[in-house]
Design a protein around this ligand. Structure first.
Ligand code: GLN
Length: 472
């Protein structure tokens, strides 16, 4: 595993000419090659990355400013449109699709001098919690090759832990940044819904999809967010960025009120996970943070609500893959009807098909009221309960996942078992609040602590998480 310096230090080195962007890119590409057995990467973007590195080094040598992320290599989950490699979203149906433009998040990072060096593996269309649903390969956990890295951004998280780049981008629709962060021992940040533009990112469930960084530290996550956040004309759901810098990590822990979510600490949580959280709480009490148990009664319904709302949106978003416009088109089809049918039948994997069918079902007349509408009512209840909790607490905490990384193949045959891995992460997506997973100091497989706060309170959340990270 290659260890990278904090991003700010790398940038200082490149900006002063002490480090060469080209050397950093070569180092990243080399680490990608030597970590191939982990199946974290779908494609490298070497030519374009080298050209960009060369340009950055030239600018710096002319004394020009090269940006807040000058020369920093990064890896994008393969559901981001990036020029220089195919965008497959881990699905056969998108094989051969070359993006005609780049995602806003990628454009913003590049305008600050960052360099995308590779595309990371994911569960096809980001459907999953283990990266076993990729149509191409199964990513392995860097800490134990027999275990999953979490999902769906498992390739992104594994790549950071394996030292392939100082940071990677993921998407989080129901936990896909935080769960892999928890399973691999990295930091995973899901910002407030709308804070980062979704333009140019393959849509899963548009009302909960969020983009965020996976990094080695909270400080790195804050810097990456700082460079991506804000309104974008290409995504009408984006919101204004905070006036304060996300990199302003100053905060006084003393007196901060933290609710320990009791629904996340009950039975079903592995004892090691629970103990890691409890001993962290004990340590943090010494800094003056005040902890109190809090119950959000509708939380046990969050998973069921998510697994109705999400497939409803998935079934709509996946309708555009019809064999005519993107990627795979069935070569034997002689008319439009066959082309639709055969391209979709062969192009989509089992999980995508399952979600299309569930989504279509819950939206159909006769079932809409029974399922979709009820799920939306639960969503509203959750929003209300969380906002009430945030009247009394600055932050809410709990584990990111009920278990540590599970063995490859363990849950793959049983979708309901797999869905349970998301039980602690989906509520933040349904309510649009920011949430971060930070690794706890443990001796065995990594365990993540999840910290949540109210919408648009990202600056405070990052500051708090950064302090907590240092105290533990
Ligand atoms: N594991 C969840 C799912 O399968 C979340 C996926 C995600 O956040 N993209 O839907």
């Amino acid at each position: 595993m290659v260890n990278w310096d904090p991003i700010e230090k790398i940038v200082a080195g490149v900006s002063s000419g002490e480090l060469k962007a080209m050397d950093l890119v070569e180092r990243a590409l080399k680490a990608i090659d030597s970590g191939r057995e982990f199946n974290a990467i779908i494609a490298k973007i070497d030519d374009r990355a080298r050209r960009r590195a060369n340009n950055i080094d030239k600018e710096v040598s002319k004394g020009k400013y090269a940006g807040r992320l000058a020369g920093v290599p990064f890896i994008a989950k393969d559901n981001f449109l990036v020029i220089g490699a195919e965008t497959t979203a881990g699905s056969n149906i998108l094989r051969g699709f070359n993006a005609p433009y780049q995602a806003t998040a990628i454009e913003k990072l590049e305008s600050e001098g960052a360099i995308c060096v590779a595309k990371a593996n994911l569960d096809a269309f980001a459907h999953g919690s283990s990266t076993e649903n990729s149509d191409f390969m199964i990513t392995k956990n860097p800490h134990d090759k027999t275990k999953v890295p979490g999902g769906s951004s498992g390739g992104s998280a594994a790549s950071v832990v394996l030292g392939m780049a100082p940071f990677a981008l993921g998407t989080d629709t129901g936990g896909s940044i935080r769960l892999p962060a928890s399973f691999t021992g990295s930091v995973g940040y899901k910002p407030t819904y709308g804070l980062v533009s979704r333009s140019g990112v393959v849509a899963m469930a548009s009302s909960t999809d969020v983009i965020g960084p996976i990094t080695n530290s909270v400080e790195d996550a804050a810097l990456v967010l700082e460079c991506m956040a804000g309104r974008d004309n290409l995504d009408g759901t984006t919101i204004d960025r905070s006036k304060k810098q996300y990199t302003d990590l100053s905060i006084d822990l003393n007196g901060k009120k933290v609710g320990v979510v009791s629904e996340y600490m009950g039975t079903g949580v592995e004892p090691d996970v629970k103990n890691a959280i409890l001993s962290s709480i004990e340590k943090l009490k010494k800094t003056g943070v005040k902890f109190q148990e809090v119950s959000l009664p509708s939380l046990p319904l969050a998973l069921a609500s998510y697994y109705i709302i999400m497939p409803a949106e998935v079934s709509s978003n996946l309708s555009r893959y019809d064999g005519q416009r993107y990627g795979f088109s069935h070569p034997k089809a002689k008319n439009l009807e066959d082309s639709y049918n055969w391209s979709r039948s062969e192009g989509f994997g089992r999980e995508a098909k399952r979600r299309i069918m569930i989504g279509t079902y819950v939206l159909s007349s006769g079932y809409y009221d029974d399922y979709y509408k009820k799920a939306q009512k639960v969503r509203t209840k959750l929003i209300n309960e969380f906002s009430e909790a945030f009247n009394s607490f600055d932050f809410l905490i709990g584990p990111t996942a009920p278990t540590t990384a599970f063995p490859i193949g363990h849950k793959a045959a049983d979708p309901l078992e797999m869905y349970l891995a998301d039980i602690m992460t989906v509520a933040a997506n349904l309510t649009g609040i920011p949430s971060i997973s930070i690794p706890l100091p443990v001796s065995g497989l990594p365990i993540g602590m999840q910290i949540m706060t109210k919408q648009k309170n990202d600056v405070q959340l990052l500051a708090f998480a950064s302090k907590v990270e240092k105290e533990l």
